[in-house]
Design a binder for this molecule. Structure first.
Ligand code: AP5
Length: 211
């Protein structure tokens, strides 16, 4: 069966970490709208210029922009056998739009207590070259601040500063949390305890999806 999967949960619960592992395991693309926007910002495209300041404030990029980007990405050949959406949908309007594009089979909701999330994000480091992700305490690089995979110096995302993280959490509660009921009512929401080691979380998700 086609695996069309949505990763849902507050900022920092581990959506990207798990999506990368699942994409490798099932050989389907990991589609992160946050990564797409960050690439656009880096390349200085028209989209990037619009998104930069919105992201730095921890607010959401307008629905019509996100819907267009995702629709185009899902129409690509590599999505034929499935995909993992990470960071989209984020509003009811986005979820309703997605319903018109494709049928989602699984919505994986990763749950982590809010008080742990701030620590996860403030200590997150990412590789600006290959996208690998680390946590200075839970998943540190072998050499201080250098990517294990490609040797590039790691960076802290601009929106991982504590005040922006707090705003992102507030935006999640205002605009995204209502998607839990949206998908629960459709019977496709699977809740996963994300406050466990990365591999244990992965095993639980794989069990739900069916290896
Ligand atoms: P986006 O990039 O999607 O950010 P996010 O949803 O806030 O999620 P994060 O990437 O911060 O966290 P995550 O859950 O992926 O956690 P991770 O695996 O990294 O969006 C950024 C911005 O773009 C938005 O604010 C918005 O402006 C815009 N945007 C994007 N999509 C949009 C949309 N659809 N509509 C409108 N605007 C949009 O893990 C976090 C840390 O914890 C890491 O250091 C990791 O190593 C560590 N960790 C992971 N798992 C564990 C574990 N089990 N135990 C211990 N540590 C762990």
């Amino acid at each position: 069966m086609k695996k069309s999967i949505v990763m849902l949960g507050a900022p920092g619960v581990g959506k990207g970490t798990q999506a990368k592992l699942l994409a490798e395991k099932f050989n389907i693309p990991h589609i992160s709208t946050g990564d797409m926007l960050r690439t656009a910002v880096k390349e200085g495209t028209e989209l990037g210029l619009k998104a930069k300041e919105i992201m730095e404030r921890g607010e959401l990029v307008p629905d019509h922009i996100m819907n267009g980007i995702v629709k185009e990405r899902l129409s690509k050949d590599d999505c034929k056998n499935g995909y993992i959406l990470d960071g989209y949908p984020r509003t009811i309007a986005q979820a309703e739009f997605l319903d018109t594009v494709d049928k989602i089979n699984y919505v994986i909701y990763i749950d982590v207590p809010e008080e742990l999330i701030i620590k996860r994000l403030v200590l997150r480091r990412t590789c600006p070259n290959c996208g690998a992700m680390y946590h200075l305490e839970y998943n540190p690089p072998k050499n201080d601040n250098i990517c294990d995979k490609c040797g590039t110096p790691l960076i802290q995302r601009d929106d991982d500063k504590e005040d922006v993280v707090k705003r992102r959490l507030a935006v999640y509660n205002e605009k995204t949390a209502s998607l839990l009921d949206y998908y629960r009512n459709r019977g496709i929401l699977k809740k996963i305890d994300g406050n466990r080691p990365i591999n244990e979380v992965l095993q639980s998700i794989v069990q739900v999806i069916g290896g």
